[in-house]
Design a protein around this ligand. Structure first.
Ligand code: B12
Length: 452
């Protein structure tokens, strides 16, 4: 069987971070690792490719095309499968990824044959061995021939050993902020913090667990890039986890730059372990400070306070670790709030900051809370990028709110983001790439503002 695995192209009209954070399609590399044993497989990354999908179909002649997808990709994926079926109706079309886990119904249409709601080595092997000849539904797979009904067995995506060589031709372009090339991997899944605005624990579960160490070890040894971004929801979740990872990279004599997502609480609690991690290559931590208001942190069910944010910032600064901070703009902020917020960001002294409007994704309880203030419908997929204002502001017009966001972003980029430090760490070419990426998001904000 000839299998083509595709990542959809960038969604031009959506506000995304993919100009700064542009990592490999890890999910596709994982299924490649399983499927290559019995089949001929190729990955086609349309975020990079210059040739069109039609050209690839003519050239590769696949029997089946599998597409990965995130929330904003739905319309594009549905357009792609239609084109594939029009090109050759016998090609079997399959969709997987975060969107099919969270909202598979977005794909119930006549151009899609199967949806992987969750993926395990077991359902993958079983499905691809029986493909085109299914007599009954398979766990985790919603097939059109069974009216998109599965067996009802619930589970989650399994973390499999990716084949990193499957994206060899693209790897030099995968990056994380200024680090390029960079690989991504996960060491522990799940998150026990269960913050109200966050989707990640809904995808991976509310329980922390370490991934099979055999997979981790094999994976660490196959990664050739000098930088590894660990995509764990909170790398500093507990002492045992950090200890285990540090011992492992010491044992494997890894000489890499590491970037992690880390919680404020973890930074404070495991300061001593983080000092050790810095000696072993930790370069930057993505920290969700989220807000300057105590009341909002409580409402978001964040387990940290405004004061904790300052403590964490001080700890990382003293260790010389870069902080890539993220914040959420609340729709009830007024002009004065934005002003206080800018001051607050400055006082935390992060190297880089990003500010996203609060996004009550349909799978979150926040969605019901803000349902009557939503500016877009749940199926306006391209709008749900976490970069666009989704909740109607209460203290100013939408245009003024966009203006405040734009002003804040410009202020942060010009006066807070540390350009000289970035130049030192990332080099001229990478900084230019980041600046161009920021200008592109500014441009999109200006368009949104003017259109209002
Ligand atoms: C790495 C990452 C990225 C990478 C690339 C992701 C990719 N798949 O292409 C980059 C940096 C480019 C990225 C960008 C964005 N991301 Co992102 N990202 C992540 C992150 C941190 C990890 C995703 C990951 O690799 N998981 C591990 C892999 C193995 O899981 P997986 O892809 O689901 O794959 C498994 C299965 O689904 C299955 N599978 C996957 N595809 C397919 C296909 C087939 C055919 C089959 C059979 C199976 C299958 O195989 C795997 C095995 O189990 C998650 C957070 C998280 N922890 O989930 C956010 C996350 C997925 N991103 C998110 C968002 C919102 C975005 C952006 C829109 C943000 C923005 N404003 O820019 C952009 C969109 C980019 C674009 N299209 O232009 C949201 C998704 C929300 C949603 N409902 O879809 C998440 C959950 C973070 C969040 N905010 O909550 N992201």
């Amino acid at each position: 069987m000839k299998i083509l695995l595709v990542r959809p192209p960038r969604i031009k009209q959506a506000i995304t971070v993919s100009d700064f954070m542009f990592s490999e399609p890890l999910g596709l590399e994982m299924i490649y690792g399983i499927l290559e044993i019995d089949h001929m497989v190729d990955i086609f990354d349309m975020m990079i490719e210059k040739i069109s999908l039609e050209e690839k179909l003519i050239d590769y002649k696949p029997d089946t095309v599998g597409i990965t997808s995130l929330c904003i990709d739905v319309n594009k994926v549905n357009e792609m499968v239609k084109k594939i079926k029009e090109f050759d109706s016998t090609i079997i079309t399959i969709v997987g990824g975060t969107q099919s886990y969270l909202n598979p119904d977005a794909y119930y249409n006549k151009f899609i044959d199967h949806i992987f709601q969750y993926t395990t080595s077991e359902n993958l092997k079983m499905f691809y061995n029986k493909i085109g000849n299914l007599s009954e539904p398979i766990d985790g797979i919603l097939s059109r021939q069974f009216n998109f009904k599965s067996t009802g067995k619930k589970s989650r995506n399994e973390y499999l050993l990716p084949n990193r060589d499957s994206t060899k031709k693209y790897r030099s372009q995968y990056s994380y902020f200024g680090y390029r090339p960079a690989a991504i991997m996960e060491f522990g899944t799940g998150c026990e913090k269960v913050c109200d605005f966050c989707l990640r624990w809904r995808i991976e579960g509310a329980k922390e667990s370490i991934i099979d160490l055999d997979i981790i070890q094999k994976d660490l040894l196959q990664i050739k890039e000098p930088t590894i971004m660990l995509i764990d929801n909170d790398f500093f979740a507990n002492e045992e986890k950090i200890r285990l990872f540090l011992d492992l990279i010491k044992e494997l004599k890894m000489d890499k730059n590491f970037i992690v997502y880390g919680s404020v609480n973890g930074i404070i609690e495991y300061e001593n372990l983080i000092i050790e991690f810095v000696e072993l290559g930790l370069k930057a931590v993505l920290v969700g400070y989220e807000s300057f208001k105590e009341s909002e942190l409580v409402k978001y069910k964040k387990k940290s306070t405004v004061d904790d944010n300052y403590k964490a910032a001080r700890i990382l600064k003293d260790m010389g670790v870069d902080v890539w901070a993220s914040f959420m703009a609340h729709p009830d902020w007024d002009k004065v709030d934005f002003k206080h917020f800018r001051k607050y960001v400055k006082s935390l002294e992060p190297q880089i900051s990003s500010i996203n409007p609060l996004t009550p994704f349909p799978n979150l309880s926040l969605y019901n809370e803000y349902e009557d203030r939503l500016l877009y419908k749940a199926d306006d997929y391209e709008k749900w990028s976490f970069g666009q204002v989704i909740i109607k502001p209460s203290k100013m017009s939408l245009r003024k709110y966009y203006w405040e966001l734009l002003k804040t972003n410009i202020y942060v980029n010009l006066f807070i983001n540390k350009k000289t430090e970035m130049l030192k760490h990332f080099g001229f070419k990478n900084v230019i790439r980041l600046v161009i990426g920021s200008l592109d998001s500014f441009k999109k904000y200006v368009v949104l503002m003017v259109r209002r």
